[in-house]
Design a protein around this ligand. Structure first.
Ligand code: HEM
Length: 498
C-alpha cells in the first residue's frame, strides 16, 4: 500500500509532485533517470544536511521566553532596557562543553547558558556558564584547554593523561577544577542551573562614567545536581536527559524561571585594592564585598518548533552588545569577541545574522552586502559612507560623532607600549580554592570532591602527571592533596615543606 500524499507537496522550487517517493526508472527494472529532478534534489539536499557542529558546546537544548527588568538601574547605566517593566524576547540555549553533538547531557562538564535578548536597540547576548569562574585567564591557553579536554589525536579517545597534563601544568585552573569535580559538574538537567558571565563587562552612562559588572542569572529554587553515579547511569539510559527535561517542563507549563543580578565594581576599586580580581575570570568577586543587585527576571515559556532552524543555527557572541553595555579590557573576553563571530562565519556563513533565529528585531542598516545566502535586502541604500544620499551628522571637532568617540576614549587609560603577556601563577591563585575547600564546603562536599576527582585522576597512566596535580592540590591545602593521594594509591606522597 502506498503512503498518503501530503497536501501541498512540492519540489523545492514549488512545483506540485504527485508521487513524492516514487523515482523515475526506465521500464520497471531499468536504471534511474537523472532527469528526475525531485529525487536527485532530495538526495543532494540530504547529503548536505549536516553543518559543522560547534567547536565547543556542540550538544545543547533551547527554548524561548522573555526578560523583564524589575529594578531601575539608571545610576549604573543609561541603557533603558534596565528600567522596571521593560521587556525583551529571549532565546536561550543550554549546552555541555567538550562533548560532541550526540554526547550525554549528564557528562561531567561545565554547562553553557546562552541568552539572546532581542531588544529594540539590537541584540544583546549574554553568553554564560553555570560556574562563576573559568579555568584560564590567558586567551593563548584556550586552544590547549580545548584540545586537552577533547579527543587524543592518535587514539581519538578522551584521554585522562592529556587532560591532567594540561591542568597540572596550569595551576590557575584548580579553582574551576574543584567546582568541576564537585556535584556542580553534573547538573540535574540543563535548566535547573545558574548562569554566570564570569568575564567582566562595563555598564556605562551617557556622561562617560562606567562600572565594571559581573552578571549572574540564578535559577529560582536554586540549582539542582546529580551524584556522579546518577549522572553515569543516566548517560547510558537516557543520554538526552537534560534536553527532554527542559522540553517537558515547558510543555507541562512548569516554566523555568530565573532572577538576573549584577555585581558592580568602580574603576577606582578595579585599579586599586581589587586589581587582582577585577578582570581575572579565575576569581570570584566575594558577595560580602560586592553584593548582588537585582536587575530583572527571565522566564522560559515556549519550546521551539524546529531544533535545527531555531536553536542549532543560533549565533551567540559576547560581542553582540547594545549601547551603554560594553566589553572590558579582560584579554580572555577580548579573544572571545573575535572567535565567536569567526566560528559562526565558518559554521553558519557570513550572513548568519540574517537567519530568522539571529535577526535583530531592529532593522539593520550598514554597508555589508552580498556574500553567500544573503536574503535580507538593504535595497538601494548606499553601500558606502555617502555624504550625498545620507548626509552624516558630522560637524567638526565638536560634532556628535566626535564627542561620542571622545567619551569612549575618556573611559580607560592604557599604557601605549606593546608587550607579550602571560599571567604568572601567584599565591593569590590558591586563596579562593582554599576558601572553597575549608570554609564553603561541608564534610560531605569535601568527601564527594575527593571521590569524584580521584576516580578520574587514578586512570592516568603517567605517574609524573599525577604527581604534578597532587603538587597543585598541595598549594590549596595539604589535607586535600593527601586525601586525593591516598584515594589514587599514590604511595608515599607528601606535600613539600617550604
Ligand atoms: C578564551 C576563552 C573562550 C573561548 C576562546 C571560547 C570560545 C567559544 C567558541 C568558539 C564557541 C562556539 C561558538 C559557536 O560555534 O557558535 C563557544 C561557545 C560558548 N561559550 Fe565560549 N569560549 C571561551 C570562554 C567562555 C567563557 C568564559 C564563557 C562564559 C562565561 C563561555 C561560554 C560559552 C557558551 C555558553 C557557548 C555556547 C553558545 C551556544 O549555545 O551557542 N565561553 N565558546
Amino acid at each position: 500500500m502506498s503512503s498518503p500524499i501530503p497536501l501541498d507537496y512540492t519540489t523545492s522550487y514549488g512545483s506540485s509532485v504527485n508521487y513524492p517517493d516514487a523515482g523515475q526508472r526506465v521500464s520497471t527494472n531499468g536504471p534511474l533517470l537523472l532527469q528526475d529532478f525531485h529525487l536527485i534534489d532530495n538526495l543532494a539536499h540530504l547529503a548536505r544536511e549536516r553543518i559543522p557542529e560547534r567547536l565547543v558546546h556542540a550538544k545543547g537544548a533551547g527554548a524561548y521566553g522573555y526578560f523583564e527588568a524589575t529594578k531601575d538601574l539608571s545610576d549604573i547605566t543609561s541603557q533603558t532596557l534596565f528600567r522596571p517593566g521593560r521587556r525583551a524576547e529571549a532565546t536561550v540555549r543550554f549546552s555541555t562543553v567538550s562533548g560532541e553533538m550526540g554526547s550525554a547531557d549528564t557528562a561531567r562538564d561545565l554547562r553553557g547558558f546562552a541568552i539572546k535578548l532581542k531588544t529594540e536597540q539590537g541584540n544583546l547576548d549574554w553568553v554564560l556558564l553555570n560556574t562563576p569562574i573559568f579555568f584560564i585567564r590567558d586567551p593563548g591557553k584556550y586552544a590547549d584547554l580545548t584540545h586537552a579536554t577533547k579527543r587524543h589525536p592518535q587514539t581519538n579517545l578522551k584521554d585522562h593523561d592529556m587532560f591532567w597534563d594540561f591542568f597540572s601544568s596550569n595551576p590557575e585552573t584548580v579553582h574551576e577544577i574543584m567546582i568541576f569535580f564537585s556535584d556542580r559538574g553534573t547538573p540535574d538537567g540543563f535548566h535547573q542551573e545558574h548562569g554566570h558571565a564570569g568575564t567582566t563587562f562595563k555598564w556605562c552612562k551617557e556622561d562617560g562614567t562606567f562600572h565594571y559588572v559581573k552578571l549572574h542569572v540564578k535559577a529560582v529554587g536554586g540549582f539542582k545536581t546529580l551524584t556522579a553515579a546518577e549522572a553515569t547511569t543516566l548517560a547510558g539510559t537516557n543520554p538526552d536527559y537534560g534536553t527532554q527535561k527542559l522540553y517537558n517542563a515547558i510543555k507541562n507549563g512548569d516554566y523555568p524561571r530565573y532572577t538576573v543580578y549584577i555585581q558592580t565594581m568602580t574603576p577606582q576599586q578595579a585599579e586599586g585594592e581589587y586589581r587582582n580580581i577585577a578582570l581575572d575570570v579565575t576569581k570570584v568577586w566575594p558577595h560580602a564585598l560586592f553584593p548582588l543587585r537585582e536587575v530583572g527576571k527571565l522566564v522560559l515559556n515556549r519550546n521551539p518548533e524546529n531544533y535545527f532552524d531555531e536553536i542549532e543555527q543560533l549565533a551567540f557572541a559576547p560581542a553582540h552588545l547594545i549601547p551603554y553595555i560594553e566589553h572590558s579590557p579582560d584579554p580572555l573576553l577580548q579573544s572571545r569577541l573575535f572567535i565567536y563571530p569567526d566560528t559562526q562565519r565558518y559554521r553558519l556563513g557570513v550572513n548568519n545574522e540574517q537567519l530568522p533565529c539571529n535577526m535583530p528585531i531592529r532593522k539593520f542598516g550598514n554597508f555589508q552586502r552580498a556574500g553567500a545566502a544573503s536574503f535580507v535586502s538593504q535595497g538601494s541604500r548606499p553601500n558606502y559612507l555617502s555624504n550625498i544620499f545620507q548626509p552624516l551628522n558630522f560637524d567638526g571637532p565638536t560634532g556628535a560623532i566626535d564627542s561620542q568617540i571622545r567619551n569612549n576614549h575618556r573611559q580607560e587609560h592604557f599604557d601605549g607600549s606593546v608587550y607579550r603577556d602571560l599571567s604568572e601563577i601567584t599565591v593569590d591563585d590558591f586563596v579562593q580554592p582554599r576558601d572553597l575547600w575549608l570554609r564553603v564546603w561541608n564534610d560531605k562536599e569535601r568527601e564527594t570532591f575527593v571521590e569524584n576527582v580521584s576516580d578520574h585522576l587514578k586512570v592516568v597512566q603517567n605517574k609524573r602527571i599525577q604527581y604534578n596535580q597532587l603538587l597543585v592540590f598541595c598549594q590549596v591545602d595539604s589535607d586535600l592533596a593527601l586525601r586525593v593521594a591516598r584515594a589514587i594509591n599514590f604511595d608515599g606522597f607528601q606535600c613539600p615543606t617550604n
